[in-house]
Each structure stands twice: as structure tokens, then as C-alpha cells.
Ligand binder design. Structure first.
Ligand code: LLP
Length: 419
């Protein structure tokens, strides 16, 4: 699986644009996003999973251009806050193709979703059912909801992103009866319609067996309820972050998981539900490259290469122990390489971008570094730690580069500080 964007000639150009030119024009650090790659992945998913529904999970990366691309590629959109919904709405995404998620939706999230008329709301607790039902009371049509179920499937990924197991905050347990109780509540509310069930067993999952098990368990539950129109199996499809790694192959997923659903439905004598999957990372991760400028090189027990970004634009190594590849992008370096640890500028020893990665032995201050596979959960998880301003997102396509999200400035920080 490729870790660079489709149009890249690594490590020098993406979308026909020199990375050095992007760094000069937009500064560093900068997130670069390959539009063609995003669209290509949307099409691959649509094609492999046809006739099933594909919803892009906006939490991986969202801006208005991304909303437009996803709309034009005919996907649905999964949002998990009033903020994500506001972006989708301002870019004119059709409300009937939006799903709202969240284990703790605020009254504002729910009100915004009802106001825009989103297609589905995925309920995650019994109290939420009651709250939503009251808010939905004056709608002209009942609101379609899915109940998020915890199927007790362990996808064997980092604990922070394993969400289908018991004893974590997401979903309603099948085993304890909480899911059945939530279903009963939904059925008792005239302002709500139970459209189906949902589960999301985790993220960065490389094999399909967990999905098959979860799907079978949810179908069994559906059969107890006499069948339901929709089954949403969430996202979580893994991508390769470094050379030699493998992601989840969408074609394998498409060959196996709908089959598991169909055979379980047949065994239990219920009609097949419409299927939805919600990939985020698999659509956008490899479309993104982050550019950094080297600020210094420090020799000691290890060699540290210090760059002008860090955990504020990529918290994933610190949060999940994620590993990345790094390339010298601005010039051809010395023929021999040596292992270095690329670190950020933040006031924490854990602020590491990539430990023990090979870089040309003559890497020096002023060099441009490119980190591939940074399109998902980078911009969306960026922070202002140390009052560092967040990088811009620059789109590339056909030899052209243009800004999607501008760089934050110290004035932005001061403007919010109203005390
Ligand atoms: N659907 C639901 C309900 C989700 O909660 C998520 C992700 C997705 C779909 C999309 O999952 P994906 O296909 O992108 O794996 N910040 C972490 C990932 C957290 C995922 C949260 N939920 C990371 O950087 O690895």
C-alpha cells in the first residue's frame, strides 16, 4: 500500500507542484493535500462497495473543500459535532446524506442536526433517546435514528481506538441488554423512527474478521427485533503509514463483510438491511503530506533533528505510539544515511515526530522534510499548545497549489483572548 499521495513523485513533488515551492509560498509547517488522491479513494470505495452506502467520517479531516469533494463523489458524510455540521452546511452538503454521531452530543449538537434536517442520528445512550425525542417533537416527520451497539469485538488495536469492546464509553452493550433497552425507548417515541443499528469497533483495523463477527452479532440482534432496514458498520479501515506496512484492502472488505451479513440474514430468515460503512482515515490519510523546516541538528547518544512543528500539528506519536516515515524533500542529500530522531519544538520530551528514521547523513538546518500519510487526524487534532499557531492546509492538483485553510497567526490567538 502506498504511503505517498497518488500524484506524488516522492519526495519532491505532489500534484505536479514542487514541495519546495509550497514551502516558500505558504511557509512551514504546512499540510499538503492531494485532491486527486482524495477523489480517487472516494471512487475506489464507492466502486468496491456498490450498491452499499459509503459515508466519509469527517473527524479524520474536514474543511469546506473536503465537504464539496465528498459531495461531488456522491458519498454520505458522518459528522460528530455542531462544528463539523456547520462546515458541511456552509458548503451545502445535502442534509439527508448526513449522519450525526457522538457519545456525548450536546443539546446544541442535536438542535443543529434537527434544524438542518440530517438524515440519521446515531443514538448512544438511553437518556439521549429521551432528549432527542423531546427536541424532535415539532418536526413534520419523525427523525430517523440508528442505535449504536457495542458488539464485544476486540479489533486488537491501541486501547485508545478500540471502541467495540465492553467497558469503554461508546455504544450500548448487547450483552447487558442496554442496546435492547435503547431500542425499546426509540420504538416508544412517536417523534423517532428506528432505521437500524450501528457499530464502530475501532480504528486502524487491518483485518476483516472483527467486522464479520460484529456484523453477524448485529444481524442476530436485528433478527430478535424482526429485522430492520439499515446496518451501519462504522469505519476503522487501516492504512499503511510506513513502507512495507499493509492497510485494510477495501476489495477484500467488500468481498467478505457484506457476505457475512447476507449469510447471517439468510440463516435467521430476515431481509438484508442496507449497509453503510464510514471510512475516514482510509479516504484521506495518504492524500496528506506535512512539510517541516529543520531548525537544528543535535548530536548526542542519538541524533535529534529539530523541526518547526511537532505535537501541536501531529499528536499521534505521543497519543498512540504511531510511527512515521520522513524524507528529505528539498534536495538530494548525501548518499549515505543514518538513523535520526525527528523531534518537534514543544516543551515536552515526548514531542517526537519519528524516532530512529533514516535520513541523509548531511541533513542540516534549513532543509525541508516531508512526512507522508498525514492527511487523517492531523489537522483535525491540531492544537495551540505553547501558543503555537496551526499550519495551513494547501491543496494541490494538476500543477497548481491553493490554500484551503490559512495559517493561524498570533493575532488569531490574541483575538480569542478577551479577558
Ligand atoms: N465512524 C465512527 C462512529 C467513528 O467514531 C470513527 C472514528 C469513524 C467512523 C472513522 O474511523 P476511521 O475510518 O477514520 O478509522 N484519532 C485517532 C482515530 C480516532 C477514530 C475515532 N472514530 C487516530 O488518530 O488514530
Amino acid at each position: 500500500m502506498n504511503i505517498w499521495p497518488l500524484t506524488a513523485e516522492p519526495p519532491f513533488t505532489v500534484g505536479g507542484v514542487e514541495l519546495t515551492a509550497i514551502a516558500e509560498r505558504f511557509g512551514t509547517p504546512a499540510y499538503v493535500l492531494d485532491e486527486e488522491h482524495v477523489r480517487h479513494r472516494c471512487r475506489e470505495y464507492r466502486k468496491a462497495l456498490h450498491p452499499h452506502r459509503v459515508a466519509y467520517a469527517g473527524k479524520a479531516f474536514l474543511c469546506r473543500a473536503m465537504v464539496r469533494w465528498v459531495r461531488e463523489e456522491d458519498l454520505w458524510l458522518d459528522v460528530c459535532s455542531a462544528g463539523e455540521l456547520a462546515l458541511a452546511r456552509s458548503a451545502g452538503f445535502p442534509p439527508e446524506r448526513i449522519l450525526l454521531h457522538g457519545n456525548g452530543k450536546t443539546p446544541e449538537d442535536l438542535a443543529a442536526a434537527l434544524d438542518y434536517g440530517v438524515g440519521r442520528i446515531v443514538v448512544d445512550s438511553s437518556t439521549e433517546v429521551t432528549r432527542l425525542a423531546a427536541l424532535a417533537d415539532d418536526l413534520r416527520h419523525p427523525q430517523k435514528v440508528l442505535v449504536r451497539v457495542t458488539p464485544a469485538v476486540d479489533p486488537h488495536v491501541h486501547r485508545a481506538i478500540a471502541t467495540g469492546v465492553e467497558d469503554q464509553k461508546f455504544g450500548l452493550s448487547l450483552a447487558s441488554g442496554a442496546a435492547a433497552e435503547a431500542v425499546r425507548r426509540v420504538l416508544g417515541q412517536p417523534s423517532l423512527t428506528l432505521a437500524g443499528l450501528h457499530c464502530h469497533i475501532g480504528s486502524q483495523i487491518g483485518l476483516t474478521d472483527g467486522y464479520e463477527t460484529a456484523a453477524r452479532r448485529l444481524v442476530a440482534f436485528m433478527a430478535e427485533l424482526g429485522g430492520l432496514p439499515e446496518l451501519n458498520l462504522g469505519g476503522g479501515h487501516a492504512v499503511a503509514y510506513r513502507p512495507g506496512e499493509r492497510g485494510l484492502d477495501v476489495q477484500t472488505f467488500a468481498d467478505r463483510v457484506p457476505y457475512a451479513v447476507a449469510s447471517e440474514c439468510a440463516a435467521r430468515g430476515i431481509p438484508r438491511p442496507e449497509l453503510t460503512v464510514e471510512p475516514g482515515r482510509a479516504i484521506v490519510a495518504a492524500a496528506g503530506v506535512t512539510l517541516y523546516r529543520v531548525l537544528g541538528v543535535k548530536h548526542g547518544v542519538r541524533t535529534f533533528v529539530v523541526v518547526d512543528g511537532g505535537m501541536s500539528d501531529n499528536p499521534r506519536p505521543a497519543l498512540y505510539g504511531s510511527r512515521y516515515a520522513v524524507a528529505l524533500a528539498g534536495r538530494r542529500g548525501a548518499a549515505d544515511s543514518r538513523p535520526v530522531t525527528v523531534v518537534g519544538r514543544h516543551c515536552e520530551a515526548g514531542d517526537v515526530i519519528a524516532a530512529d528514521v533514516p535520513l541523509p547523513a548531511d541533513v542540516r538546518p534549513g532543509d525541508l522534510l516531508a512526512v507522508p500519510c498525514t492527511g487523517a487526524y492531523h489537522h483535525s487534532m491540531a492544537s495551540n499548545y505553547n501558543q503555537v499557531t496551526r499550519p495551513p492546509v494547501v491543496a494541490v492538483r494538476g500543477g497548481r497549489a491553493w490554500p484551503l485553510v490559512r495559517r493561524e497567526t498570533p493575532e488569531d490567538l490574541i483575538r480569542r483572548d478577551v479577558g
